[in-house]
Each structure stands twice: as C-alpha cells, then as structure tokens.
Design a binder for this molecule. Sequence first.
Ligand SMILES: [Zn+2]
Length: 409
Amino acid sequence: MQRRVQPTSEAIRAGNRARVVDILRRSGSATRAELIVRTGLSRATVSSLIGELADRGLVSEYSQSAVDSPGRPPSRLALNRAAGLAIAVDVGVRHVAVAVGDLSRSVLAERWVPLPQGHSAERGMHIVMRSIETTLAEAEADRDQIVGAAISIAAPIAPDSGRLLVPGVLPGWNGPALAEQIGRTWGIPAAVENDANLGALGESVAATPHGQDLLYVKVASRVGLGIAFGSGIYRGRDGYAGEIGHVTSDPDGPQCWCGRRGCLELYAGAEGMLARLGARGIRIDDVNELILRAQAGDADVLAVVGDGTRRLARALGALALVLNPSVIALGGELTALGPLLLDPVHAELATVPFGAPVAVRASALGPRASLMGALALVLSESNRFTDQSCVPTSSNPGRIAAFDAVPAR
Ligand SMILES: [Zn+2]
C-alpha cells in the first residue's frame, strides 16, 4: 500500500507563491484583493508572499491613475523584469519581427526586418537569430532573465510536436528547427504557434486584462482564423481548428491546393482574388495594387472583392451562431480595404439571430497582433515555459518561483 506523503510547509508555501506568480504572469497585474479572491488564500498569507517576492526584487507595487475614480484607487502589483523576460518572433512572408517583453506585458524592445524575396530558409533563420540578438541588446536583457520564446508562423501547427501540418507560405521553413535553434542558443523553452491563433490571443489579451472570447480572422494572401476563448487558444484535436479558409463556398468552384473545390480562401483571400482577376485577363501584381484599384472604384476589381467579402461574411455569420463570441476582430493585409471588407461583415452579423449582436472590428493591434500574441503565449501558458524556472534560493535569488507547481491548464 502506498503511503501518502504529506507536503512540507515549505512545499505548500512554494506552491502558494507559484499561484500568486502565475496569476500576475497571466493577468499582467493584480490588486491584493484580486489575488486574495483568485488564490483563495488569506489576506495575511498573500501579504507575506508578496513581501517575500518584493524582497527578492521580483514584484513591484504601483498606483493607478485616479482620473476617473473618486478616492484613492488600490495599488496594483506586477512582476518586474528581474522575474523574467519573454521573446516573441513573427515570421511573415516578407518580414521577421522580434519583440522582448517583461512579465507585466510591457514591450521593452521591438524590431522589424524585411525578408529578402526568394530567400532560403537558412538565410531566413540567420536573420531571425541576428534580430533576436539585437533586440535583446536593445532591451538590455541578461541571458539568464529570459524564460521562453514563442514563434508565429503562417501554417497549422501540431500542438504536441510543433511540426508544420502543411507547408506554410514560407518554402523550406521548418518550425521545429527554428524553435530548437532558438532554444539551444539561449537555453530556454521555445515553441512554434500558428499566426492566426497568436493573433487571436494577442487581440484577446489587448482587449481586456483577463481576455475576451474572441475570433481573429486573418484576411491576407490566404484566410485563417484563431479562436481565443477564456484567454487561451483553442487548437482542436490535431491543431487544425480555425481552418476557415477551406470551408466550401462553392462545391463546383475551382480546385484548391487542399484537395477540395471552391474553398472560401479562393474567393476571400488576396491570392484567390488575384487569380480570379487574372482568369478574366486582368493582371494585378500584388495586394497593394488590388486594394488601391478597389478603392479607386475599378468595377472589375470591386466585383471580385465584393463577391469574396460577401462569402467571408456568410461564413463568419455561421461561426457566430456556432461559437457565440464576444468579438470578431479582422486582421491581415486585406483589412486595408476598410469599409469594403468591414461593411459586408457588419451587415451579415447584424442579421444573426439570438442574443446581443457580435462586435466586429478591425484588429486593434494591426500588423503586430501575432507578435503580441507570441509574447502573451509565453506569459499565459506558463506550464509550457517552465524549464528555466526554479524556486529562488540563496545562490540563485533572482529567478522566478516554481511555475511547475502550477497544474497545467
Ligand atoms: Zn482548400
């Protein structure tokens, strides 16, 4: 018969300390009262744990501005940079972006570098590694302050291995190889994640401190969707959740690269729009020209864009019925179409029955949505980014406390 081992009082304290740290890491900041409610611990215990973390230089207390509230507002607690820094990387078709942030969600340095056209995967990885180095230097980050890195790539990703489930828009790029190289170089856990998933997480966290049930639709060359519910990403069993671009819009439509016919992204994505115009003998070189000609009122372009956006709107109307989100945020290059994209979506969602209408808006973070989502991933999925975390000891006082004591969610 197995004997039950009673946890020591120090183990219980370490567990409680980890819960306080985890809440601050997920929320960015919290008042003492919020910590008491969310941990279920007594006021005295919370105060003592905060005192200990503050003595180690891991937590700071600051006052909120009192502009719109009478009386003195309660001060808030946040982890400071000694508690750890996170690296975010966004690999796009034409750019690499890197941000370094602290665990209170402040961005300390951010860098955008263009990717040369037709670059090799090797050259691309080299640009990523150099950009991380420079951004860490700009943030004046110590190597041992970094707790993890998340990398945004435009492809569905297997949740267990980080493997790209279909080739992304970047030929030759391999997600796990990049994560491995970053992890090995800086001695940190590094994970690859789908760009639309991270866009959803970024938007959700930026909208409210505790996240909002939100769908992020990336309308770019292709069409992707990220689902952030309860401030976490919904990935589905195999990591394919959100592949709205391959919902059938016309069963008799053209062949899609996925193997089916008439997929939504062949109509609503920029690549598909350009191909449809090309089939009519109208040659347009890139997305920017497509947007300019639509805005200038070119009738042929407007016909193709209008058809695509109406099909997208119908798909989003169906999703709103199924998932009942609070917000649908539209991101990606085609959001530059402005009302030409937003108006049909508004009109369709206004007809969805039941409950309050879904709020539809352009992404608040714009092109930074996936990058900010990558930063938020390191902060919110603390169970994935724990390897470097340890209980502060006398020989190692500056590192953050036992994240691994917090059960994975
Ligand atoms: Zn398809």
